[in-house]
Ligand binder design. Structure first.
Ligand code: ZN
Ligand code: ZN
Length: 378
């Protein structure tokens, strides 16, 4: 456990103001949203929580007890870090500087929405490598709540209309003042009475019990473009869960899983495979007919003198660019098979070959091995 003062670069005499300033700096530096390290951020936040509480600070100063051993960590956790979630950096910065801090990248303001949209949904489809190369249309089954057709998503029974929620006055959210380690913090929370919709349904629709949405099993055709990688996601806007009572729907994401291929190994747009040739084919050269991933054949010349491990490249026989387009290459790694089970005639021919090349067989002599020996004994 690091020293809590050291984590914040503070002397033990630091005042409460020093502490705030130091934490403000460290929080901006280490917040995961700003590219910082999560563990460091947690440690710094923990240090601040302990030292900003006079009682816990006194205990830490006297006994070195930082509260982690007895389960007190997170007890005064203002943003729920201990529960595994992070307050966004906006929350942290807002807490110090208010909404005008300027850390927000977008248009700012309006973080709390009037209506909570439906959740995003993920479905996984498995593709063969062949399908990745050509692109494919797939039917995917999506079983999520969709807008109720009876009430057209409003949740109100036929002939009635929802009225503004009396609890929140139709805003869908209520202001709440929360006491945090940084002092009082005003936050907007979804209204519980209307669950954030801002509307109240007097006479609920019988088919959706006033929810405005019903569990619906649908089959959707999704176009999957060529060239995707394992783990890629295709967004289908608005096809996720419907929101409550007419709130916008979430998105559907179709995630691609690419199955292993028996022959080809994929590396981006390149497909690699092994081809085996005989010693004679490697030495004298030949032409191989090789199947391609999309079911065709391609003639591949093997030059004379090809060595084991040499790579023969077939242009444009790999995977297309994402979304289709120029294809990568197919790379064939050459294996050379040494013949076994030779008959008498074959032995004779190979022996002749060896003799013609001055290679020694059977006993020690002037072959490559003896050259190796000489090299070591010199
Ligand atoms: Zn309905
Ligand atoms: Zn309300």
């Amino acid at each position: 456990m690091s020293d809590l003062y050291e984590l914040l670069d503070l002397p033990r005499s630091a005042s409460a103001d020093d502490l705030k300033r130091a934490y403000r700096r460290k929080a901006r530096e280490h917040h995961p949203d700003a590219g910082g390290d999560e563990d460091t951020f947690k440690a710094v936040t923990h240090a601040y929580q302990v030292l900003s509480d006079p009682e816990r600070r006194a205990r830490y100063d006297r006994f070195g007890d930082d509260g982690t051993s007895n389960g007190r960590s997170g007890a005064s956790d203002p943003f729920g870090f201990g529960a595994g979630g992070f307050g966004g950096i906006d929350d942290v910065i807002d807490a110090f500087f208010g909404q005008a801090a300027g850390f927000r990248s977008g248009g700012g303001g309006g973080r709390a929405r009037r209506q909570q949209p439906g959740r995003d949904v993920l479905v996984v489809v498995e593709l063969t490598l062949e399908e990745v190369v050509t692109g494919v249309s797939r039917d995917v089954e999506v079983d999520v709540p969709r807008a109720c057709e009876t009430c057209d998503g409003s949740g109100a029974a036929d002939g009635t209309a929802p009225t503004a929620c009396t609890t929140c006055g139709g805003a869908g959210q209520v202001q709440r003042v929360v006491r945090t380690a940084f002092g009082q913090l005003a936050t907007a929370a979804p209204c519980e009475a209307c669950r954030g919709t801002g509307r109240s349904v007097g006479d609920p629709c019988g088919d959706c019990a006033g929810e405005g949405r019903r569990q619906t099993n649908r089959t959707m055709r999704v176009d999957i473009p060529a060239g995707l990688e394992d783990g890629d996601r295709i967004p289908v806007r608005g096809e996720g869960e419907a929101g409550r009572q007419g709130a916008p729907a979430g998105d559907l994401y179709v995630q691609v899983r690419v199955a292993e291929h028996e022959v080809f190994e994929r590396d981006g747009r390149t497909l690699a495979a092994e081809v085996t040739v005989s010693v004679a084919q490697a030495a004298l050269g030949t032409t191989l007919t090789v199947p391609t991933v999309d079911g065709g054949d391609v003639e591949v010349p093997v030059p004379a003198g090809t060595q084991p491990g040499d790579v023969l490249t077939v242009r444009r026989a790999g995977v297309p660019m994402r979304g289709g387009g120029r294809r990568g290459d197919m790379e064939l790694v050459v294996r050379v098979e040494v013949p076994t089970g030779l008959d008498a005639r074959q032995r004779e021919l190979l022996t002749e070959l060896a003799a013609a090349r001055g290679e020694t067989l059977g006993e020690r002599g002037q072959g490559p091995l003896s050259r190796l020996r000489d090299a070591f004994q010199r």
